[in-house]
Design a protein around this ligand. Structure first.
Ligand SMILES: *[C@@H]1O[C@H](CO)[C@@H](O)[C@H](O)[C@H]1NC(C)=O
Ligand SMILES: *[C@@H]1O[C@H](CO)[C@@H](O)[C@H](O)[C@H]1NC(C)=O
Length: 469
């Protein structure tokens, strides 16, 4: 029976506390400096009006949150210090407020002057004279709504915020992070070779180039805001293949910048380029190592920021070999050897042919159509998701890219479904995706990845086997 009085006591105590709390807050309210000592900060805001709230006399619960504190819509607020909500006078009394509004806008607890700006992801917000923010409405490359939709949709891969992409618009992503020009139909049909696969030939369930050729497969580079994937994927595939075909006597990381700056005929450097021209250049002119001719990592090239001119050419030195005409642009490096390849060949689009070529000769280059959701890829087996289908056209963008396919495998998803995939290296740096790589559904020409796949041989002579090691 003793529980009851205690409960009652507790209740009384609680009630007392509430009264005390209310009184204390009223007390604090009385002592608080006016909210509008220097004017009304949120002059255009709707507070009392939003709740249709106006109270006579003193009513402490006639209150609303206002920029992290409390404002009131009771008459009392006018009499003591001015802790009235900004629209109290206008809405409740029908008179102009006794304080001039502050010229500016609030954001993150700060007042910004009129025409002041801040960035909300990829959109710039500008403070207007009416004290309201006016933000651009561009689709952003990192779109938190899209990330959530992908992660909740069970698409077999996870999306995330790649911090280098934060603050970029989707349009900038398409314009500056890709950069392969879709081949014309005549190039598309170029010297396709068909590997003869015997019907009984069994390819392994999984393969990874870096396991078959340890230390000969190079890590992905970062093209930055240079739409030069044509040069990056070409240099990446050539680097691996020269290393494999020289049996590791040469293991250069070949220079994308050499291609970007010097392979300029019909090519557009950091504004895009053709794969067949890049391979023509590698065959007939050759390129030096990335150490010798490093990537400038410049932002997108435009009138204000023109493409850097070619800093070294090559000339024939007999027996089809070439030598550089200048020292390395990187003054710290002496070795300016030119690396070349044999004619590029196109593989059939059948997954088995691509697999066999990959397994026998090394990584291959693949064209790829990149859609808005691919930028958000973090891990898993990518396939283009329909999460943006219902959105306006500017949110559904795509552009042509090229990558290096390095292997394949299969994975059984939690639902029991087995998915076949390719592994590929991108050129968005080592922190994007799975350590710079990604996996993508295999066998269904996902994002056109099986539509234009190229292989090449490193041009390796006997003397290369002796000179380098
Ligand atoms: C509100 O305060 C102003 C300034 O002190 C005063 O002139 C005005 O009469 C007050 N209005 C009411 C309704 O109390
Ligand atoms: C994304 O990453 C950037 C940079 O690290 C960070 O400033 C931003 O707040 C992140 N955005 C989200 C939605 O996580």
């Amino acid at each position: 029976m003793w529980r009851c009085p205690l409960g009652l006591l507790l209740l009384l105590l609680l009630a007392g506390l509430t009264v005390l709390e209310a009184r204390r807050s009223r007390w604090r309210r009385d002592l608080a400096p006016g909210l509008h000592l220097r004017g009304i900060r949120d002059a255009g805001g709707r507070y009392c009006q939003e709740r249709d709230m106006c109270c006579r006399g003193r009513a402490d619960d006639c209150a609303l949150p206002y920029l992290g504190v409390t404002c009131y819509c009771d008459l009392f607020c006018n009499r003591t210090v001015s802790d009235c909500c900004p629209d109290f006078w206008d809405f409740c009394l029908g008179v102009p407020p006794p304080f001039p509004p502050i010229q500016g806008c609030m954001h993150g607890g700060r007042i910004y002057p009129v025409f002041g700006t801040y960035w909300e992801n990829c959109n710039r917000c500008t403070c207007r004279e009416n004290g309201q923010w006016d933000c651009d409405q561009e689709p952003c490359l990192v779109d938190p709504d899209m990330i959530n939709a992908i992660n909740q949709g069970n698409y077999g891969w996870q999306a995330g915020n790649h911090s280098a992409f934060w603050g970029m618009t989707l349009d900038e992503g398409i314009r500056y992070r890709l950069g392969t020009i879709r081949p014309s139909s005549s190039v598309m049909n170029m010297n396709e070779i068909y590997t003869v696969l015997s019907p009984r030939e069994v390819l392994p369930e999984a393969f990874e180039a870096s396991e078959k050729w340890p230390n000969l497969i190079h890590e992905p580079l970062d093209q930055g805001n240079c739409a030069g994937s044509w040069a990056f994927s070409t240099a990446a595939v050539a680097s691996d293949r020269v290393s494999i075909h020289s049996l590791g006597h040469m293991t250069p990381v070949l220079s994308p910048q050499n291609l970007l700056s010097c392979n300029t005929h019909h090519q557009q450097g950091c504004r895009g380029g053709h794969l067949d021209s890049a391979w023509w250049f590698l065959r007939h002119r050759g390129v030096v190592s990335d150490n010798c001719y490093p990537f400038f990592g410049r932002e997108q090239d435009n009138e204000a920021n023109p493409a850097p001119r070619c800093m070294m050419h090559s000339r024939p030195m007999g027996r089809g070999k070439r030598q550089a005409t200048a020292h390395c642009p990187n003054g710290q490096v002496d070795a300016n050897d030119i690396y070349q390849v044999t004619p590029v060949y196109r593989l059939g689009s059948d997954e088995k042919e691509i697999m066999k070529e990959l397994m026998e000769n090394g990584p291959v280059q693949a064209l790829m159509e990149v859609h808005e959701d691919f930028f958000l890829y973090q891990r898993g087996i990518y396939s283009h998701t329909p999460v943006s289908l219902g959105r306006p056209e500017p949110y559904r963008r795509h552009g042509t890219h090229s990558v290096k396919i390095t292997g394949w495998g299969e994975e059984t998803l939690p639902g029991g479904r087995t998915v076949k995939y390719w592994t590929a290296a991108n050129s968005w740096g080592p922190t994007w995706g799975e350590r710079g790589h990604f996996r993508i559904v295999r066998g269904t020409n996902e994002c056109d990845i099986e539509s234009f796949v190229l292989g090449v041989w490193g041009r390796v002579g006997m003397e290369d086997m002796r000179h380098h090691h």
